[in-house]
Design a protein around this ligand. Structure first.
Ligand SMILES: [Zn+2]
Length: 405
């Protein structure tokens, strides 16, 4: 009897200790969309001491064991922030979008503070090879390479360490004297896209320590960037959200601390049944940004997107129509698609907009172009998803025509 009681009580003790939830602090957005560190509850954990859950395991760099709850504060905060927002993004795709692909997606390894480049054969490149900073990317699953002891891996998301870059190293004329918000606004409205492209590329790149020299054409920065300029702008730190220190001279992108970038990367995974992770295009980035914006669900952000949409917004200083060159210029492209999809949601209706965009991925491929497949895809999705396809198709065509497509 005594033994039974002991066994029973230790069993009860064990199950109460095994918490699937854990309260901790993470970076979130307040009602005005400003970043703040606040207490959150992490759900679906499988460990009582580390960021290891049913759907996500957060590791540091190339490690395979999860970051511990008692890791140093810098690492803990990034692990908690990525875990919390990844769960939010997953719940959105499972509960709101009703995506079976996402519901059944295997548990993912998420790497933070990870600077190695991706290798299709080896998973990671050698440590000495061009470490990456200020970026994030989603990688496809790989079969591994037994002769070199490379184990197979599933799809992963990698968050690069942040690295401060002095404004003088950005090598874009006359920026040092301007406040960041003014700077971005002037880029969007007056200065041509080439300058914005150059600015962003300069920040999202690897910087070699020894020469302190900016390498604007890192392969990764050209192939994979974290979406449209507005979404990137949300992440640039003129004010550090943790220390509140103000700096107009230093820019960096701490991707594991930017909710919208976490949503963007997860959206790539959620759409990867149709839009494979092999490379990124304007359409793929615009789609990921659309869902990131939906998950963020912020009126402040929505207002920002509306104002920022220089291609058709009422407050746009310059109306920009579609040009064939857009198919070639990375950032203009992504911004264009993002603004276009945001507008399309209004046409098909707020209530069915998310389902419409999720359906749209069925009518696109990784190689779709804006002028052909995206337009056809929008019309085809409307046939299946719009409440009154005939009228809504006309509205879509009108809106596209207004944009010069
Ligand atoms: Zn992306």
């Amino acid at each position: 009897m005594k033994t039974t009681n002991l066994i029973l009580s230790s069993f009860l003790f064990a199950s109460s200790v095994f918490a699937s939830e854990f309260s901790t602090t993470a970076l979130i957005r307040d009602d005005n969309h400003n970043p703040k560190v606040d207490t959150v509850t992490l759900t679906d954990l499988e460990s009582t001491e580390a960021f290891d859950g049913k759907y996500f395991k957060i590791v540091k760099g190339k490690e395979e064991t999860a970051v511990k709850f008692n890791a140093d504060e810098q690492l803990r905060l990034r692990a908690a922030t990525t875990y919390f927002h990844l769960m939010k993004a997953r719940n959105f795709f499972v509960d709101v979008v009703k995506a079976d692909y996402v519901a059944n997606f295997p548990k993912m390894t998420i790497r933070i503070e990870h600077s190695n480049q991706f290798s299709e054969l080896g998973h990671f490149t050698n440590d000495a090879y061009e470490p990456q900073f200020n970026n994030a990317l989603s990688i496809p699953a790989g079969r591994g390479y037994a002769p070199r002891n490379v184990a197979p891996w599933g799809a992963e998301i990698w968050f690069r360490p942040s690295k401060k870059i002095h404004i003088n190293d950005l090598k874009v004329n006359n920026l040092g004297t301007q406040e960041f918000s003014v700077l971005m606004a002037s880029f969007r409205n007056q200065i041509h896209m080439q300058s914005l492209n150059k600015f962003l590329t300069n920040v999202i790149v690897s910087v070699t320590d020894e020469a302190s020299e900016v390498k604007p054409f890192s392969s990764e920065s050209l192939i994979r960037t974290v979406g449209a300029s507005l979404m990137l702008e949300l992440g640039f730190r003129a004010v550090d959200p943790v220390t509140k220190a103000l700096s107009r001279k230093w820019y960096w992108l701490d991707t594991a601390m930017v909710p919208e970038i976490i949503y963007h990367e997860y959206a790539h995974i959620a759409l990867s049944d149709k839009l494979v992770l092999s490379h990124s295009t304007a359409i793929i980035e615009g789609m990921a940004d659309f869902f990131a914006g939906q998950i963020a669900d912020s009126p402040t952000l929505a207002k920002g997107i509306k104002q920022y949409n220089v291609y058709n917004g009422k407050s746009a200083k310059r109306k920009q129509n579609y040009m064939t060159e857009f198919e070639m210029t990375e950032y203009a492209n992504t911004d264009f698609v993002f603004g276009l999809l945001w507008e399309m949601k209004k046409i098909v209706g707020e209530d069915r907009g998310v389902a419409f965009m999720y359906e749209l991925r069925n009518n696109l491929t990784t190689n779709s172009s804006i002028r052909n497949e995206l337009i056809e895809g929008l019309l085809k999705s409307c046939d299946d998803m719009c409440s009154s396809p005939f009228n809504d198709r006309i509205s879509i065509l009108k809106a596209l025509n207004h944009k010069g497509i």
